[in-house]
Design a protein around this ligand. Structure first.
Ligand code: BG6
Length: 534
């Protein structure tokens, strides 16, 4: 295995080592890094969790996760055994038990002696948010956070459940760790396509001149999930779509779309530029929330012939739950670049497809040189940035249809990762874990970042908490509640439904169905059949 020779020795100590995240994401990602030769030669994994497991059972669980979720597929015995030798400790203990931390400290010191280097110590908090503070305290009390250069703490989301708790958590972490030791994860930032937003915008000269209020009508960010809440009802009941997705993943994507060009790729530079976007988000006044935010909860329904129960019937969900499984918000960024350009963000569970996409809708042409009879349906240009699946970018524009007469039709110019690069992109957690080992903080949230993101959603959360919603209000397999349509329709626009299977195909047939002679007037605000939600 070609280990990068000069990479620092690292130990990752996972709190919550027998949990879902470790099984599904962390260890499969570490295994992929190992197979790809990305782990330092001196590398080890340690685990702490409440569950009693012997080493054999622990390793069997981790291998099962690797076989199911690693992008390399089922592990080969030889590879797994070599990787498993790096998993050197599992300790069943309560997270408040000081002995567990002393034992961890001894094991870490032992490795330093054996390796004859001072290894980086990464404490990964894959634990329920309620114990983040406790683990940080115990690490601090055991002296495990003292070495500021070597010890790092990784904190999973949700980072608090509101502004106040996020501030409290920041204060708690700061008691034991300096800010540069703290890595607040938002796994969306590790996705290849999300990182590509920086490259797309700032490594190409042609988009930046158009990237502003003069040319862009509005932006839509959709993160649709086909899955329901599944076994995570216990967590989700206290979260909901606004906290679980909008406060972090969708706002982060919005920052990358909205930020000013960075002077360099220094982590602080990128984070400052993103922070400027969040700080410029126009606060929504409580009495106006209903114009800016809509929530929903799925009822029972069908997706592709399969019946799915209502959210309220999912395990560990209150039968009268008011938790939203869908949220849509309209935000404005009050600065020179974006003044007056709405950013529509929406996310939901049990929607018809799993797809995450950013749509940049450009303004219509300023003057229609082509008579309406040639045009049919005049659609303004649109850039679709597909985050997942079928990762890629689609530019929509008008073209002359082949023929002796002059008739126009919409076509798509398409870039896909699969076709262009022909390799499987790394999982977000691979990128993020590697960044922690290398001390690169670009893709992690800073303390102030987390707090300002809460500030953005707090008025909505508070307004929603004050009123009991009439749930469920959308069936599984639909694109959310009707009110979500109204949210955008009042502005003369409509949601763009990402067509997963047909993405990238030219849309001529569809344009053909539109009555001839339709007036181009107001074309930027008109919806097509495909764009109108069910
Ligand atoms: C997590 C949320 O952060 O992101 C989940 O807690 C959600 O509710 C998941 O399903 C979506 O991530 P991805 O990478 O599958 O889009």
């Amino acid at each position: 295995m070609p280990h990068p020779p000069d990479w620092p020795a690292s130990v990752i100590a996972i709190f919550g080592a027998s949990g879902d995240l470790t099984w599904r994401k962390l260890v499969p990602a570490l295994y992929s890094l190992y197979l790809g030769g990305w782990l330092p030669e001196r590398f080890a994994i340690m685990g702490v969790d409440r569950k009693e497991l012997d080493r054999e059972a622990f390793l069997a669980r981790l291998r099962n996760g690797v076989d199911r979720f690693s992008r390399w597929g089922k592990s080969r015995d030889k590879d797994w055994e070599a990787f498993a030798r790096r998993i050197i400790l599992y300790r069943a203990a309560d997270f408040g038990d000081p002995q567990a931390y002393r034992a961890l400290g001894r094991a870490l010191d032992g490795l330093d002696r054996e390796w004859q280097v001072q290894a980086n110590r990464i404490y990964y908090l894959a634990v329920p948010p309620l114990v983040f503070g406790l683990v940080a305290d115990k690490l601090g009390e055991a002296g495990l956070s003292q070495d500021c250069e070597r010890s790092r703490i990784v904190v999973e989301k949700p980072f608090g459940r509101d502004l106040e708790s996020a501030r409290a958590l920041n204060r708690k972490l700061a008691e034991h760790f300096r800010e540069y030791q703290i890595y607040r994860i938002d796994h969306y930032l590790g996705k290849e396509t999300v990182q590509n937003l920086l490259v797309f915008r700032f490594a190409n000269a042609i988009f930046e001149p158009l990237w502003n209020r003069r040319y862009i009508d509005h932006v839509q960010i959709t993160v649709a999930e086909r899955g329901g809440v599944e076994h995570r009802g216990g967590y989700y009941e206290n979260a909901g779509a606004l906290r679980d997705m909008i406060q972090n993943h969708l706002l982060q994507v919005m920052c990358l779309i909205g930020m000013e060009p960075p002077v360099s790729l220094e982590d602080e530079e990128i984070r400052n530029k993103k922070m400027d976007v969040l700080r410029a988000v126009r606060p929504v006044r409580p009495e106006e929330i209903h114009h800016y935010a809509v929530r929903g909860q799925y009822g029972a329904g069908w997706i592709e012939g399969q019946y799915y129960p209502a959210y309220r019937d999912e395990p560990r969900v209150d039968p009268d739950s008011s938790t939203e499984t869908f949220a849509a918000v309209k935000l404005f960024i009050d600065n020179w670049r974006w003044q007056g350009v709405p950013f529509y963000l929406r996310t939901g569970k049990r929607l018809p497809v799993r797809v995450s996409e950013v749509a940049i809708q450009f303004n219509p042409v300023p003057h229609f040189s082509f008579p309406a009879r040639m045009v049919g349906d005049w659609q303004p240009n649109r850039l679709g940035i597909r985050i997942q699946p079928d990762e890629g970018i689609i530019m929509r524009f008008q073209a002359k249809r082949p023929g002796l007469d002059m008739r126009l039709g919409m076509v798509n110019m398409r870039f896909t990762y699969r076709e262009a690069f022909r390799n499987i992109p790394p999982e977000a957690y691979e990128t993020l874990l590697l960044d922690v080992m290398q001390g690169d903080k670009t893709l992690f949230m800073r303390a102030d970042h987390a707090e300002v993101a809460w500030q953005v959603v707090m008025p909505i959360m508070e307004a929603w908490a004050a009123v009991i919603p009439d749930f469920p209000n959308y069936p599984a397999g639909s694109w959310g509640p009707e009110a979500a349509e109204a949210l955008i329709a009042v502005d003369g626009r409509s949601w763009i439904q990402p067509a997963v299977e047909t993405a990238g195909q030219n849309e001529e047939e569809e344009t053909e169905r539109v009555p001839r002679g339709a007036s181009p007037a107001g074309a930027g605000k008109r919806s097509r059949v495909k764009e109108t939600a069910s």
